[in-house]
Ligand binder design. Structure first.
Ligand code: GLU
Length: 632
């Protein structure tokens, strides 16, 4: 089995002066969290390229690497003798489509998730200015687009599309009437937009201008080329340094990279950060799907946690111990990881940690104060639900620690304590290895705080070996494949677990729902008798996770109750029990058992998705980098 090298960022003092303090979060806190109850949605991507390679090919490759973020249409614009645009609904095209465009050394691209205007070729981005002197693509939503559009219509502007994005284009044209400088017109127009928007513009004079207020924007640099993108991963193999553009900043290249403060129009010095990019190879390496490859990388990510985390723990541990309240917060799978991190803090470190999910709108409880500490695990570091809470927390001087996988993220930049998962790129929309790394980190944190860091590290090393052995044994896959086939025919699937395994069955539930689109329901074993027992009848599948811990007796008790009502019990455990109809054996790894137990559940979801013929790496209706808020 081969593994990717880790992604890592090290601070690099560039030839250019440094300005940002490491805690700088730019204008982030100035952004309203909601306007009239309307929230943002942005899960698409932008990409730009300037360099000697053929721009359309580079941009197309970049868009493909942004695909995981979700999209419904895409477009590329390049500059030849004039700007040429190729945009389409549906899957990102192959190289032939890129080659339809003339050769060029500069281009931009966009993956769109429609919010205003149908999913049509014409509504896809980029959008031309009336005189075709520039074109623009947007990530995000112009909240006040209707008012702006009405004003522009009165002034005689014509609109070709139904998008909010075209409003930005016409507004820039309007501003251009007074200032003949396009970047100044972009700046002025940007100041009038509300909502979260990040734009990229290609001009017929061979420039790219990009501005950020919400959706991520990163610039990649190597000796000869410049990349603009929504994430670092998309240009990973080609650039070795990045500049993270903060909210309220714009950037353009005219032979030299320039960063500008949008509000004042003043130039800002910026900092280049060096990235270890060996890591960023993004291919399936012989596996049928990224999901399976990424599950197989779990033992490796556990070792990364063992090797890297503790050296950075020292000051952080002091802060955790001193904090009045410790909250862990995350969304989706990271929300489950947050809950398991809190569990480990309670169990091993005796810290009264409490977990909250990002979507709970925690800030409205008005509980946060300066002596508190938040721990936020996130794959992307851009999850809007969590960022909202962190923005408020930051204002209140709450200490923030983040555990992020994607380099250069907003969450990392706004954190007092920055931890990286070092799990390498996770391409499958369903998170597997990053979840495993997050909970392994939580386990180690709990152990280190309790003064048993050495034991914790040893246990994780053993876990990593056991997990690798488990994953390498074909018989484990065959068994789970067979069960996946059966479960794929179910209407509902129940999961039971308690104590260390409660979050594990919750995560198993999420994986099954994502992969199979079948209803799954994770129940704390002790709660079964209070309500869900009504649903138990002949043949109902119940997946139960039983470990050699204090909860074992209770869980087996619950198993007997469902069994008595005819349920078909699938047991995940290091020992078989008579009430299991099907048994999935796992190695006994002691304190780290919960981390081991997630693997068969992830495999079950994987094989169900394959069995049902689903798009494994991109389940329907969900996207990976969920900078999604609800929108109405
Ligand atoms: N709101 C824009 C539209 O509907 C852009 C959405 C996006 O892709 O971020 O065109």
């Amino acid at each position: 089995m081969s593994f990717l090298l880790p992604v890592g960022i090290t601070s690099y003092q560039a030839e250019l002066p440094k300005v940002f303090s490491s805690n700088s979060i730019g204008c982030l806190s100035a952004i309203p969290t909601s306007i009239n109850g309307r929230r943002w949605i942005n899960i698409c991507g932008i990409f730009g390229y300037i360099g000697k390679q053929n721009a359309s090919e580079v941009v197309l490759a970049g868009l493909k690497r942004l695909e995981y973020r979700g999209y419904d249409s895409w477009g590329i614009a390049i500059l030849a003798d004039q700007i040429k645009i190729n945009k389409k609904v549906g899957a990102i095209g192959d190289l032939n489509q890129a080659l339809n465009l003339p050769k060029s050394s500069i281009g931009v691209g966009h993956t769109r998730w429609a919010t205003h205007g149908g999913v049509t070729d014409i509504n896809a981005h980029p959008h031309f200015s009336t005189d075709k002197s520039f074109c623009l693509a947007q990530n995000g939503i112009v909240e006040n687009y209707q008012k702006l559009k009405d004003d522009l219509l009165k002034k005689g502007y014509k609109f070709q599309t139904e998008t909010d994005t075209e409003v930005i284009v016409r507004l820039i044209e309007e501003k251009l009437k007074k200032t003949r400088d396009l970047k100044e017109a972009v700046r002025q127009a940007f100041l009038e937009l509300s909502g979260r928007n990040t734009v990229i513009i290609l001009t017929k004079y061979g420039r790219i201008i990009a501005a950020r207020n919400g959706s991520p924007l990163v610039v990649g640099v190597n000796n000869k080329e410049i990349f603009f993108s929504s994430d670092t991963l998309s240009f990973a193999p080609f650039a070795d340094k990045i500049v993270v553009i903060d909210n309220g900043q714009m950037v353009y290249y005219n032979g030299k990279l320039n960063v500008i403060d949008i509000k004042s129009g003043k130039s800002l010095p910026y900092r280049l950060e060096k990235i270890d990019f060996h890591s960023s190879k993004v291919d399936k390496e012989g596996y049928d799907h990224f999901m399976l490859k990424e599950i197989h990388e779990s033992p490796y990510v556990i070792n990364q946690i063992v090797n890297r985390a503790e050296s950075q723990f020292e000051n952080f541990i002091k802060a955790v111990k001193q904090a009045k309240n410790v909250y862990t917060i995350g969304s989706g799978t990271a929300g489950v990881a947050a809950s398991q991190i809190a569990f480990y803090l309670r169990v091993f470190a005796k810290i009264k940690a409490q977990s909250v999910i990002g979507a709970d709108i925690f800030e409205y409880y008005d509980l946060l104060s300066k002596d508190d500490l938040i721990i936020a695990p996130s794959q992307s570091g851009e999850t809007a639900d969590v960022l909202e809470v962190l923005e408020i927390a930051k204002k209140r001087k709450v200490k923030i620690a983040s555990l992020v996988n994607m380099p250069g993220s907003t969450m990392t930049r706004m954190s007092d304590f920055r931890f990286m998962s070092f799990a390498g790129p996770e391409i499958c929309v369903m998170s597997t290895k990053v979840f495993t790394s997050q909970i392994a980190w939580g386990y180690l944190l709990g152990k280190v705080i309790s003064g048993k860091g050495k034991v914790g590290r040893e246990n994780l090393k053993i876990l990593s070996q056991e997990m690798e052995r488990y994953l390498d044994a074909q018989s484990n896959h065959e068994l789970i494949k067979k069960l996946a086939k059966r479960l794929g025919k179910s209407k509902d699937i129940f999961l039971l677990g308690k104590y260390q395994n409660f979050n594990i069955i919750k995560e198993g539930m999420i994986k099954i729902i994502e992969g199979s689109y079948i209803h799954a329901h994770g129940i704390p074993a002790g709660d079964l008798k209070h309500y869900a027992i009504t649903l138990m009848e002949k043949g109902v599948p119940v997946v139960v996770v039983v470990s050699e811990d204090v909860a074992k007796g209770d869980v087996l008790n619950a198993v007997n109750q469902v069994k008595a009502r005819g349920a078909t019990v699938i047991g995940i455990s290091s020992t078989s029990h008579p009430s299991f109809d099907h048994y999935i054996p796992v190695p006994n790894t002691g304190e780290t058992q919960a981390i081991m137990n997630i693997i068969p559940l992830q495999l079950l979801a994987y094989y169900m998705a394959v069995e049902l013929g689903h798009n494994v790496d991109k389940p329907r209706n969900i996207a990976k980098s969920v900078t999604v808020k609800y929108y109405n």
